[in-house]
Design a protein around this ligand. Structure first.
Ligand SMILES: [Fe+2]
Length: 477
């Protein structure tokens, strides 16, 4: 069943907006002055309506936008989402209200609104492996994400909102401004991001790239600030400003025609910075990010002590996430990706025979025995288990007691040969397999790779019982 777009209600609301914009276009093609009845107050309201359309004249070139797990996997959505034909069918309104009193003080309000039919419909992404990496979580493969629809498809926003005044202390000219506005010192006609101008004003690059004939006052993004300029004489002007607000430059949204990257912007996932999202050969979605908000454990960083506040350590006394174990086809390709691109160490492996094929691979990028493990499975994107670390064998016994008390189904309580840890596997209410884990090898950069062979599977998997439950080999979610 086709998923209903999250914002289909506001899509219906867009129709009257178009009609309204058309009325403005026919009634106010240029500025007009509003008669205030007071000769000292001059008011102008300027509305500019613009229609623009863009066509793609040639189809997707697979050498430019390749649809596989390749070097372009994180940069191809903007290309793959559009077949030959319309890439934009857009109506823009720019509205500017200026009110001036006696030529030396006043205020300005401006705003923009737009609707692009192309971004309010499905797109042409083929949805094959690698085709719609960024969309597959929040929207179907052939739909734009909600953020992309909002930025490119339908939006209204205020631009300028400021007051100003001109004074003449000691015969000099002093101009003061406060509110949200843009300013660019120096010559910045073509390259506004150069020099000090780049720090003064963020830019709306999504508009600059998408809408032909945009004026710079539409591209520069106003920020909250106060500013003063004192003209001492004809040759010398002193200027100063203080910005209370920071806004980022606006890039074309992921999957829009002119987008550069398929990333997930900061804030989409809680307490997480910008992410690169991609799919690995086993069919699993991976995210790469550099920023994460540290929540902490209430101990602080100065004289932290040893015991967090009451209630912080609860339940099974889990200390942290240890590793995940995922299974799918093409494990060898995934293993190569993690070894050669991400530079994980292959810490341990299970092979059918010495010098033979890998069946399980265990990779580490830390001092842990492994951080991620892969197994072979005919179906893509399967999950075997996630493992949580405990601090001590006492906590491990306590966690096992809790499972008994609350009737949590235990699959195996044993010790792994691989990694040499004490383990309990159990299923959570959603049916996923979990593991609690204590002990294990400490991994150093020069630790040798350990190899296990299938004729010792019992020892490798569960080294006390030497027995591998059928469910452990068969159940994935
Ligand atoms: Fe595990």
């Amino acid at each position: 069943m086709k998923k209903r777009p999250c914002n289909s209600v506001s899509r219906r609301g867009a129709v009257p907006f178009i009609a309204a914009a058309a009325v403005v276009a026919s009634g106010a093609a240029s500025a007009f002055q509003i008669d205030t009845g007071n000769p000292d107050v001059r008011m102008t309201w300027d509305n500019t309506v613009k229609y623009s359309a863009g066509w793609r004249v040639r189809g997707v070139n697979s050498e430019v936008a390749d649809n596989s797990i390749g070097p372009q996997a994180n940069t191809n959505d903007g290309d793959l989402n559009f077949d030959r034909g319309l890439i934009s069918n857009r109506l823009d309104l720019l509205s500017e209200l200026d009110v001036r009193f006696k030529r030396n003080m006043g205020f300005r309000l401006s705003g923009a609104a737009w609707y692009d039919q192309v971004y309010n419909e499905s797109n042409d992404n083929p949805g094959a492996l690698g085709g719609a990496l960024v969309n597959q979580r929040s929207a179907p493969y052939n739909e734009f994400t909600r953020a992309t629809k909002q930025l490119h498809g339908r939006k209204a926003e205020f631009l300028d909102a400021f007051v100003y005044g001109n004074l003449a202390p000691s015969g000099m000219n002093l101009n003061l401004k406060a509110g949200r506005f843009t300013q660019l010192y120096g010559e910045s006609l073509f390259f506004g991001s150069n020099g000090i101008a780049g720090a003064q004003t963020p830019l709306d690059l999504a508009r600059a790239l998408s809408v032909p004939n945009s004026q710079f006052k539409e591209v520069a993004r106003p920020v909250g600030q106060i500013s003063g300029q004192l003209q001492i004489n004809a040759d010398v002007t002193l200027g100063a400003y203080y910005q209370m607000e920071w806004r980022k430059s606006r890039l074309p949204a992921a999957g829009s025609y002119f987008s550069f990257a398929d990333f997930v912007d900061a804030g989409v996932y809680p307490k997480s910075g910008r992410r690169l999202r991609f799919r690995i050969p086993t069919g699993h979605e991976m995210h790469l990010y550099a920023e994460k908000t540290q929540v902490g454990n209430t101990l602080g960083e100065v004289n932290p002590g040893t015991l967090p506040d009451e209630g912080v350590i609860r339940g099974m006394r889990i200390y942290g996430l240890d590793h995940v174990f995922i299974v799918g086809p093409n494990m060898a390709d995934a293993a190569r990706l993690f070894a050669e691109v991400f530079e994980f160490d292959l810490a341990e492996e299970l092979v059918d025979q010495l010098g033979g094929n890998q069946i399980l691979t265990f990779f580490s990028c830390s001092s842990r025995a492994h951080d991620i493990a892969f197994g072979v499975h005919p179906e893509a994107g399967r999950f075997h288990h996630v493992s949580f670390r405990l601090n001590s064998t006492e906590d491990h016994v306590y966690a096992g007691d809790l499972m008994g008390k609350y009737g949590i189904p235990i699959e195996q309580n044993d010790r792994h040969g691989i990694t040499a840890v004490k383990t309990i596997y159990f299923f959570d209410p959603s049916g996923n397999r979990n593991e609690i884990f204590v002990g294990g090898h400490t991994r150093y950069p020069d630790s040798p790779k350990l190899t296990w062979t299938m004729d010792h599977l019992g020892l490798a998997a569960f080294s006390q019982s030497l027995h591998v439950p059928e469910s452990f080999l068969g159940v994935t979610t």
